[in-house]
Write a new protein. Structure first.
Ligand code: GCO
Length: 485
């Protein structure tokens, strides 16, 4: 974690808590290299791609859409590496039919997209904007026509600016506003969209948006850790209740950025192990436990206790139909005495393969996450709702021949299949992402798509990974080797 705004007083209790915590941070497990006994996925397994509204839609002022915190954040060029904006992004608000055709061409049976809160409720609450709803209605119909199941995320970080001005997630009222918005969606779109994901990666939104400040809303204040964490959990619980009250036939889940947190030091070295456990509580446990167990990990209580009210934990703990797992890489943590939290990011071990973000490519980390869900959290139904890798960072052309991406996906799918054989009920896998898009504070410097996009013309061009996925989704048979397609 960064230094600024993170007070030692606010974060030091984490370490004390971590020392007592019984849930171990995941240590590396030697699952790499193990192969599933069969490479054939079940015939009803969902193969999909994932996107989010702000990263692809563009048309930010169209049809009455209101401003979100990302509209404001991106206006300051200092916040975005390449000084770009998402004003046009992939132009998917106008070109959604192209996206649907691409999904169909890749034999996808599911599409995970997110709904922009401010297209539906421009001020975050109050009157519904029918034109915004119409867009998602058209997109849904186009998907259903191609027999592609829509999986809609309700909150993918683009909080209405009007709610932010009233305190954002630090304000308990925002939890209720999320529930109201979710009820509108259930009411207006629940006749055709049956699968909903309430939150996307709440941990990232909390830590990167409110403590590190490199994503919207760009705050650096450790005192927000408790309120922002808890109010998202509370809002998620209220939203699930509200949606179920409106319709009984919905499959409702949520998506988390689950990461094995590894101590940078040897296993017996408590100095690094304690901050690793503390970070595990902030990043993983503070979202898993309230939803699936109905409490906070001991190490997180010092932060949330002042905002948790009687009855809250019964609301955060809701039965879910599935848990979405986003996985990219493990994280490494070391003791850092210069950091007020004592939590310091560490580098992965020397010599490990790295992706374009400098993150370790380690499919066994996905195996660890899935094992943990099986053993410690009641083995929920799972979708892998994001997994993928970027081209080397830069502003150059996309690589249409992308064997590195095929290799990355194939290895993570092997681990997914192995987990299924070990008893994890995994129902689907979504590649991040369909099209190269606007990667938040990294702007257009990263390219995660199976499809490239010409930013001047908006025209899409498929990559080798797209054709590889199309073959996989059609046959259900995971190839043993990466070959150019
Ligand atoms: C996420 C983000 C995506 C990113 C992706 C690649 O959920 O992590 O939703 O928006 O683009 O993770 O970094």
């Amino acid at each position: 974690m960064d230094h600024e705004g993170v007070t030692r007083r606010a974060l030091a209790p984490l370490l004390a808590g971590a020392a007592l915590a019984t849930t171990a941070a995941c240590g590396p497990q030697n699952t790499s290299g193990k192969q599933p006994s069969s490479r054939r996925f079940p015939s009803d397994f969902k193969w999909g791609a994932a996107t989010s509204a702000f990263q692809i839609e563009g048309s930010l002022d169209a049809d009455g859409r209101g401003q979100s915190i990302w509209d404001v954040f991106q206006k300051n060029p200092k916040n975005i590496i390449d000084h770009s904006t998402a004003d046009v992004a992939c132009d998917s608000y106008r070109r959604y039919a192209d996206d649907v055709a691409l999904l169909a061409g890749a034999n996808m049976s599911a599409y995970r997209f997110s709904i922009s809160w401010t297209r539906i409720l421009p001020d975050g609450a109050g009157a519904v904007n029918d034109k915004g709803l119409d867009y998602y209605s058209r997109l849904t119909d186009a998907l259903l026509e191609k027999k592609i199941a829509p999986y809609a995320t309700l909150f993918h970080w683009d909080l209405p600016q009007a709610l932010y001005l009233k305190g954002g997630w630090a304000n308990r009222d925002t939890a209720k506003r999320l529930a109201d918005y979710s009820a509108v969606i259930a009411d207006k779109l629940g006749d055709r969209i049956k699968n909903f994901i309430i939150l996307n990666e709440a941990a990232v939104h909390t830590v990167v948006g409110h403590l590190l400040g490199t994503q919207a809303p760009g705050l650096k204040d450790a005192n927000l850790l408790g309120p922002v964490t808890h109010h998202q959990n509370l809002g998620q619980g209220l939203a699930i209740q509200a949606m179920r009250a409106h319709r009984k036939d919905l499959h409702i889940g949520t998506t988390m950025a689950l990461m094995p947190v590894r101590s940078a030091g040897p296993w017996w070295d408590l100095k690094d192990l304690l901050p690793a456990k503390a970070f595990d509580a902030v990043w993983n446990g503070a979202y898993l436990d309230p939803l699936l167990i109905g409490s906070y990990p001991f190490a997180a209580r010092q932060f949330v206790d002042s905002v948790v009210k009687d009855g809250d934990m019964a609301i955060t703990r809701q039965p879910i139909d599935f848990l979405g797992v986003n996985y990219y890489s493990p994280s490494y943590i070391k003791f850092d005495k210069t950091n007020p939290s004592y939590i310091g990011p560490a580098l992965p071990p020397k010599g490990v393969p790295l992706d374009a973000f400098g993150r370790e490519i380690d499919p066994s980390g996905l195996g660890e996450v899935l094992t943990r869900l099986r053993e410690d959290y009641g083995n929920p139904v799972i979708y892998v709702t994001e997994n993928g890798c970027s081209d080397p960072l830069g502003t150059g052309e996309a690589l249409l021949d992308d064997p590195f991406r095929i290799d990355y996906l194939r290895q993570h799918m092997e681990v997914t299949k192995l987990a299924m054989e070990n008893g994890s009920p995994i129902c689907g896998y979504f590649v991040w992402s369909l099209v190269d898009n606007w990667e938040w504070d990294s702007g257009f410097t990263s390219k995660f798509g199976m499809v490239a996009m010409n930013r001047t013309t908006g025209v899409r061009a498929t990559k080798a990974s797209y054709r590889w996925m199309a073959a996989l989704a059609k046959s259900g048979l995971l190839p043993a080797e990466t070959r150019s397609v």
